[in-house]
Ligand binder design. Structure first.
Ligand code: A3P
Length: 271
C-alpha cells in the first residue's frame, strides 16, 4: 500500500486501478490535451496525466504494468488515458483489441492542413528545420506532396481509420471536432459525454474565452478555484505559409477528407 491507502482520510477501500475503458487515440495536434483536461472535470472520469505510450512503445512491459499506470477508481468511474500516436501506429489496433474488444475510442480531428502546420510549428520550437514547403513537397516545381513526411501522413485520417475498423465497429468511436472544441467547447463536450454515457456535467458554464490566449480556458481547474488555461505549448502562433502552398495541400487532402466524412458519418466542413 502507498501512503494514501494508510491515511484514513484519503483512503477509499473500494478504489482499485483498472485498465482503461476509454482511450483518446489521436490525433497529434488535434486538441487532445484540451479534451483530456475538460473530461477530467467530470467526477465519473479519472485519467492519467502524461501520455502513457503503452501500445506503441512500452507494449513489452505487459498489461499489468499498464494497469498500474492508471489512477485508482471506484466502480462508477471511467478510467482513461490519451496517447495521440496510437491512431497512426500500425500494431496498435490489434493490441488494443487484445486488451478489450469493447473499449471506447476518442479521436480528436482537425483540418489536416492546419494540423500539419501545427505539427511543423511544434518541430520548429524544438529544433532547426527546413522551411515548411521544402518538407511538404517532394519537389517544389512539380508540387507532388511528400506523404512520407509525418506531418502530412498523419492527416490522411481515412487511411488510418481503415486499419482501426478492421478491429472495432464504428459505434465504438467518436470523432471529436478539434475546431468545435475551440469555438464551442460546451456543446462539443456535451456530445462527448453523451457518447460516453455519463451525465452532462461539463458544459459551457465551465469555460470562458481568454482574449490574450485566443482560446477557451477553464473558469476553474479540477481541485482548485482559480482560472486555468492550457500551457504555452498549446495554442502556439503558426508561421505564415504562402497561400498557394496551402491550396496545394487542400487539393491533396480533399478526397481523403471526403472519404473520412463518409466513413464517420460526420461532415467536418474543412476548407
Ligand atoms: P496549436 O498550438 O497549433 O494552436 P494537442 O493537445 O493534441 O497537441 O493539440 C494542440 C492544439 O490544441 C493546439 O494547437 C490548439 O489549436 C488546440 N486547442 C484546443 N483547445 C485549446 C485550448 N483551450 N487552449 C490551447 N489550445 C487548444
Amino acid at each position: 500500500g502507498t501512503d494514501a491507502t494508510l491515511n484514513p482520510l484519503s483512503s477509499n477501500l473500494n478504489a482499485s486501478r483498472k485498465l482503461p475503458q476509454v482511450i483518446i487515440i489521436g490525433v497529434k495536434k488535434g486538441g487532445t490535451r484540451a479534451l483530456l483536461e475538460y473530461l477530467r472535470l467530470h467526477p465519473d472520469i479519472r485519467a492519467v496525466g502524461p501520455e502513457v505510450h503503452f501500445f506503441d512503445r512500452k507494449y513489452e512491459n505487459g498489461l499489468e504494468w499498464y494497469r498500474r499506470k492508471m489512477p485508482p477508481t471506484i466502480a462508477r468511474q471511467i478510467t482513461m488515458e490519451k496517447t495521440p500516436s496510437y491512431f497512426i501506429t500500425r500494431e496498435v489496433p490489434a493490441r488494443v483489441y487484445n486488451m478489450s474488444r469493447d473499449v471506447k475510442l476518442l479521436v480528436v480531428v482537425r483540418d489536416p492542413v492546419t494540423r500539419a502546420i501545427s505539427d511543423y510549428t511544434q518541430t520548429v520550437s524544438k529544433k532547426n528545420t527546413k522551411r515548411f514547403e521544402e518538407l511538404a513537397f517532394i519537389n517544389n516545381a512539380t508540387g507532388l506532396v511528400d506523404t512520407s513526411w509525418s506531418a502530412i501522413r498523419i492527416g490522411v485520417y481515412a487511411k488510418h481509420l481503415e486499419r482501426w475498423l478492421q478491429y472495432f465497429p464504428l459505434s465504438q468511436f467518436m470523432f471529436v471536432s478539434g475546431e468545435e472544441l475551440i469555438s464551442n467547447p460546451g456543446k462539443e463536450m456535451g456530445l462527448v459525454q453523451n457518447f460516453l454515457g455519463i451525465k452532462k456535467v461539463v458544459s459551457e458554464k465551465h469555460f470562458y474565452f481568454n482574449q490574450t490566449k485566443g482560446f477557451p480556458c477553464l473558469k476553474k481547474k479540477e481541485g482548485s478555484s482559480s482560472p486555468h488555461c492550457l500551457g504555452r505549448t498549446k495554442g502556439r502562433a503558426h508561421p505564415d505559409i504562402e497561400p498557394n502552398v496551402i491550396q496545394r495541400l487542400r487539393d491533396f487532402y480533399r478526397p481523403f477528407n471526403m472519404k473520412f466524412y463518409q466513413m464517420t458519418g460526420r461532415n467536418f466542413n474543412w476548407p
